[in-house]
Design a protein around this ligand. Structure first.
Ligand SMILES: Nc1ncnc2c1ncn2[C@@H]1O[C@H](COP(=O)(O)OP(=O)(O)O)[C@@H](O)[C@H]1O
Ligand SMILES: Cc1cn([C@H]2C[C@H](O)[C@@H](COP(=O)(O)OP(=O)(O)O)O2)c(=O)[nH]c1=O
Length: 218
């Protein structure tokens, strides 16, 4: 799929600073002539947004969380992501499958191999090769110590069900992102998010420029 459009995801624990840069990156890519779909997970379609609401506001076990997250993802990929990539467009998603590994796997303790099976079940079959499992071409992983993220969020907004979790939960989630990155390093750009916003933005730009999707000086 990457030989048509390209697919970027933003990941990191809550409060890592992703949202501050999503719109700016979409604008920079549009300025460079790309058609960009900016979307989010869980969500991105009417059905998936309903599943998002359930996931964020109703108590449930980790297995149910993962099934809802992957059901929402399947609908999102079928209706939005795969068609946009096939048209040769750019998709930027605020979170994708890595979040399920980090939150439901590392955070909530769901078995990693089970998640790999769910990922394959949900996301194989979108390429010419039946074994191809759809993943972003580049994942910008905003890496920030859990304590710093908690400080940022304390003054920022009312927490949802995940944001209300204690600091050790987010340390575990961060460990889940580190594991996904170690297992597929070429796909990831690690952003040192414990830096002033302009310095974080420079890292975001550099990661996208290094793939040739934006020219330097953009
Ligand atoms: N580099 C930064 N330094 C300090 N505060 C930041 C920085 N980036 C974002 N913030 C603040 O931290 C909070 C969380 O940022 P946000 O972009 O919403 O994170 P996320 O989308 O990853 O959950 C917001 O109040 C935001 O203004
Ligand atoms: C995509 C996904 C998100 N989540 C969680 C992570 C976040 O706490 C929450 C929503 O993510 P996010 O959109 O980043 O929240 P916000 O816009 O409030 O910053 O859902 C999962 O637990 N599993 C998943 O598969």
């Amino acid at each position: 799929m990457s030989n048509t459009g390209f697919f970027l995801s933003f990941e990191g624990i809550d409060g890592a600073g992703k949202s501050s840069h999503l719109d700016a990156l979409a604008a920079a890519l549009r300025q460079a002539g790309h058609t960009v779909t900016l979307t989010r997970e869980p969500g991105g379609t009417p059905l998936a947004e309903q599943l998002r609401h359930l996931l964020l506001h109703h108590a449930m076990d980790a297995h149910t969380e993962a099934l809802l997250a992957f059901a929402a993802r399947r609908n999102h990929v079928c209706q939005v992501i795969a068609p946009a990539l096939a048209r040769g467009e750019v998709v930027i998603s605020d979170r994708f499958s890595d979040a399920t590994f980090a939150y439901q796997g590392a955070g909530r303790g769901l078995d990693w191999d089970l998640l790999l099976q769910l990922e394959r079940l949900t996301l194989a079959g979108f390429g010419l090769n039946p074994d191809f499992v759809l993943k972003p071409d580049l994942t910008l992983w905003f890496d920030l110590p859990a304590a710093v993220a908690a400080q940022r969020l304390a003054s920022a907004r009312l927490p949802d069900r995940f944001e209300a979790q204690p600091a050790p939960f987010f340390a575990a989630v961060a460990g889940g992102y580190a594991r996904r990155c170690a297992e597929d390093a070429p796909r990831f750009a690690r952003i040192e998010a414990d830096a002033p916003r302009p310095a974080v933005w420079q890292q975001v730009l550099a990661a996208v420029q290094s793939r040739g999707w934006l020219k330097e000086g953009a």
